[in-house]
Ligand binder design. Structure first.
Ligand code: ZN
Length: 139
């Protein structure tokens, strides 16, 4: 296991939409700040199999590691466990006529994707995450 998974307690990051627009690409802004979803099978990190850490694309907090990534067939990068339980927050999402659980970066509140209860063992969870919300850092 890479030792980078240790997440130091860090300050929450709060920025205005105008500040985020300066830092993010239009697609990143749409996904992370407006809870958008990239089209399935289009994300840059879907087929990334390199070893490393997936950080928040907005604030660089470590969120997932490559050893917990799996092929879900969903069309989005999928993980069965985040780096730590306090790296992300889960929020009930009843939009679009569905009951889902949204996941956000705990540090900056960026929308990441959703978590579903149909993942592999041992957690049985599938964190379905937009590539646009992630920044990959190879080992
Ligand atoms: Zn973040």
């Amino acid at each position: 296991m890479p030792d980078v998974v240790e997440t130091p307690k860090r300050e929450k990051i709060h920025k205005t939409d105008a500040e985020w627009r300066e830092l993010l690409t239009p697609e990143q802004f749409h996904v992370m700040r407006q809870k958008g979803t990239e089209r399935a099978f289009t994300g840059a990190l879907l087929d990334n199999h390199a070893d490393g850490v997936y950080r928040c694309g907005a604030c660089a907090a470590p969120l997932f590691t490559s050893d917990k990534k799996f092929e879900s067939g969903s069309g989005w990068p999928s993980f069965w466990l985040p780096v730590s339980s306090d790296a992300i927050v889960a929020v009930e999402d009843n939009s679009h006529g569905m009951r889902r659980v949204e996941v956000e970066c705990a540090t900056c509140g960026a929308h990441l994707g959703h978590v579903f209860p149909d993942g592999p063992r041992p957690t049985g969870l599938r964190y379905c995450i937009n590539s646009a919300s992630l920044a990959f850092e190879g080992k």
